[in-house]
Design a protein. Structure first.
Length: 279
């Protein structure tokens, strides 16, 4: 029969075995910790939105602040800027069309865009810069439609395409035409250089195309720059004077698609016949 260990010796052996087990656990390799994600910065040291990096939706509660695991980049910084600028420009276009440049404040523009006023200042600086950006954007979009007027194109198809493009712009973005008209009525103080630069160059280039059509016997003799003035007046009147049009036609605003189609067909027919083309 083996006599039991004395109580003190038995406790000491148990404690030694427990310490040995703990030592083995402490020497075991630990799982790597996720690297902290620094706050994204621009080259100039400015803060950028955290949305540039997608974070795991359920980060471990044991991770410290800013230590969520990166999943994948989902939005590039340039796209964030473009999206923000587009939101601001669209809201500003609507507000400037209703209250004008002088009657609109940056606070009201920020509310319309649903963004802090500091964001508007960050992207555009001043109200005047934002207003000019709205007008420049409108002019740029209008110039796109004139690309249909090419020397190798069929004149009737080219003019028809341009007229339909302008009428779609009038129906889809009436505020763009109204903002532009207000600037013209004020003497174009903010974009006179754009009118004398980009717009003049485009009209000169497309006027050469029209003269080529005339010289080739494809088009009746017309005054090319004044043809553009006529086209702009005929298409934009359905936005600038929409209440007048609606009152005469005894209909509501905005004009229905039926009324828009009727107006487009009239402008097409009138312009093509004036140019000696089959409507």
């Amino acid at each position: 029969m083996v006599s039991p260990l004395p109580p003190a010796a038995g406790e000491g052996g148990a404690k030694r075995r427990e310490r040995d087990a703990q030592s083995q656990v402490s020497r075991a390799p630990r799982p790597a910790r996720a690297n902290p994600l620094p706050q994204p910065l621009s080259p100039a040291g400015e803060r950028r939105p955290r949305s540039q990096v997608a974070l795991s939706p359920n980060p471990s509660p044991r991770l410290g602040r800013g230590e969520q695991t990166a999943v994948a980049p989902v939005v590039k910084p340039g796209r964030i800027r473009q999206a923000q600028e587009q939101t601001i420009l669209q809201a500003a276009e609507k507000l400037f069309a209703r209250t004008g440049f002088a009657g609109t404040s940056m606070n009201e523009l920020a509310l319309a865009a649903g963004l802090p006023k500091s964001t508007l200042h960050y992207y555009f600086g001043t109200k005047e810069t934002l207003y000019r950006a709205v007008l420049a954007s409108i002019l740029e979009d209008w110039l796109v439609g004139a690309e249909a007027l090419r020397a190798d194109a069929d004149p009737a198809e080219a003019l028809r395409t341009y007229i339909r493009y302008k009428m779609r712009m009038t129906a889809g973005r009436p505020d763009a035409s109204r903002v532009f008209a207000s600037e013209m009525l004020a003497g174009a103080p903010h974009i006179r250089d754009l009118l004398a630069g980009e717009l003049r160059r485009l009209v000169a280039a497309k006027s050469r195309v029209i003269r080529e059509w005339i010289a080739a016997g494809k088009l009746a003799p017309v005054d090319p720059p004044h043809l553009f003035f006529t086209l702009w007046a005929m298409t934009q009147t359905y936005a600038d004077f929409e209440p007048q049009v609606a009152a005469v036609l005894d209909t509501a605003t905005p004009l229905s698609s039926r009324h828009q189609s009727r107006a487009t067909a009239h402008v097409e027919s009138f312009v093509l016949r004036a140019c000696g083309l089959k409507a």
